[in-house]
Design a protein around this ligand. Structure first.
Ligand SMILES: Cc1cc2nc3c(=O)[nH]c(=O)nc-3n(C[C@H](O)[C@H](O)[C@H](O)COP(=O)(O)O)c2cc1C
Length: 381
């Protein structure tokens, strides 16, 4: 490939660049990957409604989300372990997001801490928190994020337990590996000299920046899984949102909602937005695609809070389909992780530029100049 032209080209570049366990960790989903595949397949199945000769020449992809101006309706979703895909990966991604004029959301389980990201970028970023048992630790994390200037809290509610991802098990990411497997892993690592030089050699320290005291080493997913198993709390209910509310001053976004009643509960506890999401097909395998449930959630609660969506967005056309189905903006998970693994900050920037160009062309061909004009009529009936 001479020049990567699309998000899927960046996926291929990431596949070449990363040792297999890390590529599969990004690329894979839970169990049979049914929901992972449905996210993209259901977007593909939607048809856009072409209009002609409508004079759409001043295309403006900008919008606002939670009062913040975005150059395009796209947000970088929280993606764990990004500092293992490229050197100090979260810092590189946050910089690319700032330059592109879109928000970056830092995962709880990032390699770079909130303080490191804050020191490296002038734009405020978002912080994602998982439901964790140790309230003292959670409170401390929220305080650190606020002190680091984070404006928006993304509270992820669809991971009360860790669903099995077969690819991670097969690659020995979650448990000890027999000798033959360890040799195969070492051989695989040795074949990825660029990554070895960039990440393990120049990208240290490879610890979970926000959890450094709790989880000493980040190189095995097993360490993270052990922490998740001990800390994630399936007993949490909507009532616990009061606790989150009382420890966070800014906007709260509830991420991982697929059900209308759950969306109403999110509005009821004062959330500013929900992310219609199935965690990129990484949790409940067999759950519907995000795009298929988005319209009914938008219809039910769109008047009370902002509706974001993620899962399967791979092009500007997909962004338009999500907006036409009721989203105010989309979150991107894998696309930015592929860009980062392929070419660091420049790769994330290029992925964002590709999406924006594709959205501009799509809007022209739909005959609309502003993203707020992308309504249900943009989909072919
Ligand atoms: C490698 C990887 C790591 C992720 N880590 C987190 C995380 O730490 N916190 C979180 O809320 N969601 C996490 N997600 C889910 C994303 O935020 C997002 O919901 C999902 O990737 C969207 O689907 P897409 O990858 O098809 O864009 C992760 C997703 C991937 C692919």
């Amino acid at each position: 490939m001479l020049v990567p032209a699309s998000v899927s080209d960046y996926r291929l570049l990431a596949q070449r660049r990363l040792p297999r366990p890390f590529f599969d960790y990004i690329d894979g989903g839970a169990y049979g990957e049914l929901t992972l595949n449905a996210n993209q397949a259901d977007l593909d199945a939607l048809k856009l409604h072409q209009r002609v000769l409508r004079g759409a020449k001043n295309i403006d992809t900008s919008t606002t989300v939670l009062g913040q101006k975005l150059a395009q309706p796209v947000i970088l979703a929280p993606v764990g372990l990004a500092g293992l895909y490229a050197r100090r990966g979260e810092v590189q991604a946050a910089r690319a997001a700032r330059t592109a004029g879109v928000p970056f959301c830092l995962s709880t389980v990032s390699i770079c801490s909130v303080e490191e990201v804050s020191a490296a970028t002038t734009a405020p970023f978002w912080f994602q928190l998982y439901v964790i048992r140790d309230r003292g630790y959670a409170k401390e994390l929220l305080a650190r994020a606020q002190a680091a200037g984070c404006t928006t809290l993304v509270f992820t509610v669809d991971l009360p337990v860790f669903a099995t991802r077969y690819r991670d098990v097969r690659n020995g990411m979650t448990s000890a590996v027999p000798l033959a497997g360890r040799l195969a892993k070492a051989w695989d690592l040795a074949r990825h000299a660029g990554w070895l030089w960039d990440v393990p050699l120049r990208g240290k320290p490879l610890t979970f920046g926000n959890l450094a005291q709790a989880v000493p080493a980040a190189h095995s997913l097993g360490a993270m899984k052990g922490w998740v198993d001990a800390q994630f709390d399936p007993g949490v209910t909507w009532k616990d949102l009061d606790w989150v509310r009382s420890n966070w001053n800014g906007a709260i976004v509830i991420k991982g909602v697929l059900d209308v009643e759950d969306a109403r509960s999110a509005a009821g506890v004062g959330a500013s937005a929900v992310v219609v999401s199935n965690h990129g097909g990484r949790q409940l395998d067999g759950a519907p695609s995000s795009i298929s449930v988005l319209p009914r959630i938008a219809e039910a609660v769109g008047g009370r809070m902002e509706i974001l969506m993620d899962g399967g967005i791979r092009s500007g056309q997909d962004v338009a389909k999500a907006l036409a189905s009721g989203a105010r903006a989309v979150m991107l998970g894998r696309p930015w992780a592929y860009g980062l693994a392929a070419r660091g900050e420049a790769g994330v920037a290029e992925v964002l530029a590709i999406l924006r160009r594709e959205l501009e062309v799509t809007m022209t061909l739909l005959g609309v100049e502003r993203v707020s004009d992308i309504g249900a009529g943009a989909l072919d009936p």
